[in-house]
Design a protein around this ligand. Structure first.
Ligand SMILES: [Zn+2]
Length: 381
């Protein structure tokens, strides 16, 4: 198929659009609630390169401008586990220097490495022992330039630690709303191992974590033996369909089904006179609300703990973002949680929601009400 879409890693134009998610606003940009202008929308299409198998956005005209969210505890805990795992595998030097490609999602590893005698780099341009990229690479539009840069930063025996939300998890859990503007690529272990090889690095070890439904950490260096963990993870992700166009196409179907289910459920709750609000102005909620056409008429507000987001609105659909205190004072009957990883954390932080008879609802992907424990329910009565 002839196309003007060019692979963000290998430059090939031989590929295919596997999911068309319609017109979507830039989900990195939450306008002020009272901003008068309409929010621009852009096509959101997932394209897969047939040469290097990298899944990527066919176009991403947006400028990354993501207000820094609250760092989830789960991310902090996983960073500690990940550094411990790399250390246990003997891949960290006993001393040295590290540098990090940060992510707007937070979760720096530099402090954890410092505890193990690997200091943050202070001399720009000088190669280091450890380069960390935790959820950074997924924001780079030019993947070849980004990987070449990381290789250049490594000493001859240095190690690159690159961590990403795996496309295998997106497929297994039908997390189609992980696909969004501002995240130009959707990495898988098979694709990234191949890309690393093309820039001269061997993937020597791999780990899988439950964070975000499936997070992969790869360790790569210029030489070294390859642990069986790498082969296992490649096989596992191929089985999940990361290179199977049919599986990838099913994501668009999942998007339609999820949007319809949420919209139908909200309309039903409303017809029964129940107030439904949301929690978590995560950028991944932007495609969902827009795909489903859910505005303030069905979802009057979404709360978020990040002060940078309060007083703003969801782009496209205009749902206002309020503070957790305002959420509690509105005493909603249901609260849809758009950050499912944070259920236990948010629930513990806002016990008043359930004390006042409210229920938490998660999207799996259809709405599911979390049973209120007897202890919580009787506390306020
Ligand atoms: Zn390619």
């Amino acid at each position: 198929m002839s196309t003007d879409i060019r692979c963000r890693f290998c430059g090939s134009t031989n590929g295919e659009v596997v999911a068309d998610l319609g017109m979507q606003p830039a989900c990195d940009h939450f306008p002020y609630a009272d901003a008068a202008q309409t929010d621009p929308v852009y096509p959101l299409r997932l394209w897969v390169c047939r040469r290097c198998h990298l899944a990527q956005l066919a176009e991403d005209p947006t400028e990354p401008d993501e207000p820094r969210g609250v760092e989830p505890l789960a991310l902090v805990r996983q960073a500690r586990q990940a550094v411990a795992a790399v250390h246990a595998a003997g891949l960290l030097p006993s001393e040295g220097v590290a540098l990090e490609h940060g992510s707007p999602h937070g979760g720096s590893w530099l402090g954890l490495l410092d505890e193990r005698g690997i200091r943050p780099a202070t001399d720009p341009g000088r190669p280091v022992d450890v380069v960390v990229d935790s959820f950074g690479l997924m924001h780079d539009a030019d993947q070849n330039a980004a990987l070449e840069q990381r290789v250049d930063e490594l000493k001859p025996d240095g190690v690159l630690l690159v961590q990403f939300h795996s496309l295998a998890a997106v497929l297994r859990k039908r997390q189609w709303n992980a696909i969004r503007h501002g995240h130009p690529v959707y990495l898988s272990t098979p694709a990234l191992v191949g890309m690393l090889a093309r820039v001269g690095l061997r993937t020597v070890a791999a780990w899988w974590f439950d964070l975000y439904g499936g997070t992969v950490l790869l360790a790569a260096r210029r030489q070294g033996s390859i642990s069986p963990s790498v082969r296992h993870l490649i096989d596992d992700e191929l089985a999940a369909g990361v290179e199977d166009f049919g599986e990838l196409r099913a994501l668009a179907t999942a998007a339609d089904e999820t949007a319809l289910a949420l919209r139908g459920w909200l309309a039903d709750e409303q017809s029964h006179g129940r107030t439904v609000l949301g929690y978590g102005a995560a950028s991944r909620a932007v495609p969902l609300l827009n795909h489903a056409g859910i505005g303030p008429d069905l979802l009057p507000a979404v709360a978020d703990a990040s002060e940078a987001k309060q007083g703003r609105r969801f782009p496209g659909v205009g749902v206002p973002i309020i503070s957790p205190d305002e959420l509690v004072s509105l005493a909603p009957d249901d609260v849809v949680l758009f950050v499912p990883d944070m259920l236990d954390e948010i629930r513990a932080r806002l016990p008043e929601i359930e004390r006042r008879g409210g229920r938490w609802v998660v999207l799996e992907p259809a709405p599911r009400v979390i049973e209120t424990s007897k202890k919580t329910a009787t506390k306020g009565s």
